[in-house]
Design a protein around this ligand. Structure first.
Ligand code: C5P
Length: 215
């Protein structure tokens, strides 16, 4: 298969020296990209800034902002059989990027933020993607319910949900504990290394892609 994987955080500039971002390390998405490549698939990894090495045998497209990730996905998704959205995309960006460094002045500073494009939410409708679609959901409460809402709203075949409030798993950790939310059922996987979980998740996605191709 040809597979697109998004990974890492995005970075939304405020001025020439500052930006808004989040705690995503990119580890889960990179582990997925590596596992797909090891299973013999052709992978395009669209990634925000991380400190990780690009996995062997993976095509790499680095981006910084949510808008750049949106454009990259829009350009490439038409050729893909499956797409896995593991990036932690900023939901809002500063309304304006100051040309010069913002100076310290008053006691408070108010930032105006505007919504970024919903990339995963654009895939089925706007981009007309008919392949296998997998989202991730990072939640701090009501994991299964929120993941199922995401699955339905975004037209996913699978949402891989993890509770980012649990210590030792999720953001910036080498370990994760995920809940697989399918249209018809839910399956909890035991906590494991992201590098062990990824091949398991790849097998699920291969199965979903085969089902889609057969139907
Ligand atoms: O941030 P949230 O939990 O809603 O993300 C759910 C899924 O949507 C993830 O797979 C994430 O990569 C994707 N996403 C996206 N574009 C956004 C926000 C989230 O593709 N602007």
């Amino acid at each position: 298969m040809r597979v697109l994987v998004t990974a890492g955080p995005t970075r939304e500039a405020l001025d020439p020296v500052r930006y808004l971002t989040n705690r995503s390390s990119g580890k889960m998405g990179y582990a997925m990209a590596a596992a797909f490549a090891e299973a013999g698939h052709r992978v395009l990894l669209v990634s925000g800034p991380t400190v990780l090495d690009v996995p062997d045998g993976v095509d790499f497209l680095p981006i910084e902002t949510a808008e750049e990730m949106f454009e990259a996905v829009k350009r490439h998704i038409g050729r893909m059989d499956a797409a896995v959205f593991a990036a932690a995309v900023a939901d809002y960006r500063p309304a304006a990027v100051s040309e010069h460094k913002i100076k310290k002045s008053g006691e408070t500073l108010t930032l105006e933020l505007v919504k970024t494009p919903d990339i995963l939410g654009s895939v089925r409708g706007d981009f007309g993607f008919t392949g296998t679609l997998v989202g991730f959901a990072a939640e701090t409460q009501d994991l299964a319910t929120n993941a199922r809402i995401k699955l339905q709203k975004k037209g996913c075949d699978l949402v891989i949900a993890n509770d980012v409030s649990k210590p030792g798993i999720g953001f910036d950790s080498d370990r994760n504990e995920v809940l697989l939310v399918f249209p018809e059922h839910t399956e909890a996987l035991p906590e494991d290394e992201k590098h062990h979980l990824a091949p398991r998740l790849v097998r699920e996605i291969e199965r979903l892609a085969a089902e889609r191709a057969g139907s």
